[in-house]
Design a protein around this ligand. Structure first.
Ligand code: 5AD
Ligand code: SF4
Length: 459
């Protein structure tokens, strides 16, 4: 019986969202059930992100507030166990223990399966630190998921990175590239589908570099893994993130053409449109290489839409380099994208390049890029008006009678469904788009189209 309350605050990427869910699974046998505020919790875990400076700074300010909460609880004779997890913990574990000694447990992305031992050791006097990279992968120790948050779920299939882009902390915080065996991925996928999940997003820092042990004992490519997952009855949609352009092999491109479950929306970070900057970033492709990958993908799946990541103000980036990025964006056209100012990360090669770009230049470039990307996102959404889309309904909408779902392109779609709201959740139905905004669409249900829970709506 759950008797204690656990609050996990998750920063950063989807991999952290996945890890937080798995921490919940690990702590459930100890009697912890999830709550949505720190105030009433017996244990608080901050699952942190180190990717950019701002993300890491937030942790220390949150810790300041939690210290007060812990003191209040102490004064009332109650206990609050405090944990710092994730990538800041991995990168700065000792510093956290020194700067915030009231933290009970500090552990990295590869050791949270050992939470029960850490909880047992936490005496309130000294921070328990576990930021090793264990030889035994955590995935072998984690329980099968026993609860799902809804109709969509994340599933980590690959973790870590061996590519060493010069701006990036991931190889240091998440460790070397590791691919889970297909059998354990498929078992987890089946468990999630049995819990009502209809859409899976396969996760990895470099997910399309997947090369795990297959069901036949041989190494499987990512495409092979996706093909096996597509055979699971009831799994209607498959997505994946984040991929690297260089690992977009022919097999995977072909899978986009022939697997209806694989959604026609791909996050493919390009980072920059300048070959000079790409080389300094150690991305190992040129802007033209990226264009060619996109062409091949679009040939295989003409309705494919793209999202991407961009960094502006990478050390040495000139006006001409930045213009090359703007030109690439105009040429490719993105349905959405994330863009960031370059942030110096301690220990990474780019952080010590002498020619850092001035802050005001970074700001101006980010503003210009954002304006262009928002314009493209609006245009992409507006182009859907009048079209029919399959929508996977996930939750009630903003008011009674409204239901919210996601299009194949991950757009939020709001539909007036009257009495049908609860029967629609978890199902896929055909919708005609009536209007579009920057971040969402609204549409009407197309009755009496057949509604299916095991595949896209029948055409
Ligand atoms: N500064 C700015 N952005 C970064 N990213 C990764 N490292 C940095 C950094 N040091 C961005 C990249 C990556 C995304 C997850 O975060 O665009 O694709
Ligand atoms: Fe942040 Fe990267 Fe860690 Fe995800 S893997 S939490 S993006 S530092």
């Amino acid at each position: 019986m759950a008797s204690k309350k656990l609050y996990i605050k998750t920063y950063g990427c989807q991999m952290n969202v996945y890890d937080s869910a798995r921490m919940t699974d690990v702590l459930a046998p100890l009697g912890y059930a999830v709550t949505d505020t720190a105030a009433g919790a017996d244990m608080v875990i901050l699952n942190t992100c180190h990717i950019r400076e701002k993300a890491a700074e937030k942790v220390y300010s949150d810790l300041g507030r939690l210290r007060e909460l812990k003191q209040e609880k102490d004064a009332n004779g109650e206990t609050l166990l405090l944990g710092v997890a994730g990538c800041v913990a991995q990168a700065e574990g000792d510093e956290i223990a020194r700067r915030a000694p009231f933290v009970d447990m500090v552990f990295g992305p590869q050791t949270y399966h050992r939470l029960p031992e850490m909880v047992a050791k936490a005496t309130g006097r000294k921070t328990v630190l576990d930021t090793e990279f264990p030889a035994e992968p955590k995935f072998d120790q984690l329980p099968v998921p026993s609860a799902a948050q809804g109709v969509t779920a994340f599933l980590s299939v690959q973790e870590g990175c061996d590519k060493f882009c010069t701006f990036c902390v991931v190889p240091y915080t998440r460790g070397a590239e590791y691919s889970r065996p297909a059998a354990s991925v498929i078992a987890e996928a089946k468990a999630l589908v049995a819990l009502g999940v209809r859409e899976l997003t396969l996760l990895g820092q470099n997910v399309n570099a997947y090369h795990g042990e297959g069901l036949d004992g041989r190494e499987w490519s990512f495409a092979r893994l996706i093909r096996a997952l597509a055979e699971i009855d009831g799994l209607a949609r498959i997505r994946y993130t984040t991929s690297h352009p260089n690992d977009m092999d022919q097999d995977l491109i072909a899978a986009h053409g022939d697997l209806p479950q694989l959604m026609p929306f791909l996050h493919l970070p390009v980072q920059s449109g300048s070959d000079t900057v790409l080389e300094a970033m150690n991305r190992k492709y040129t802007a033209d290489d990226f264009r060619r990958v996109v062409d091949r993908l679009r040939q295989a799946r003409p309705d494919l839409a793209l999202s991407s990541d961009f960094i502006v103000g990478f050390p040495g980036e000139s006006d001409a380099d930045f213009e090359a990025t703007m030109a690439l964006v105009r040429e490719i056209g993105f349905a959405m994208a994330y863009s960031f100012k370059y942030s110096r990360r301690p220990g990474t090669p780019a952080s010590v390049i002498a020619k850092q770009v001035a802050e005001d230049v970074k700001t101006a470039r980010l503003d210009a890029l954002l304006a262009l990307l928002v314009e493209q996102q609006r245009a992409f959404n507006a182009a859907q008006v009048g079209c029919e889309l399959d929508v996977l309904f996930a939750a009630p909408g903003r008011h009674d009678g409204q239901v919210m779902g996601r299009s194949p392109y991950l757009q939020a779609v709001h539909v007036e469904a009257g009495e049908q709201v609860s029967t629609l959740i978890g199902k896929i139905a055909r919708v005609r788009v009536l209007s579009a905004a920057t971040n969402s669409l609204s549409g009407e249900l197309l009755a009496p189209r057949p509604i299916s829970s095991s595949g896209e709506a029948a055409a």
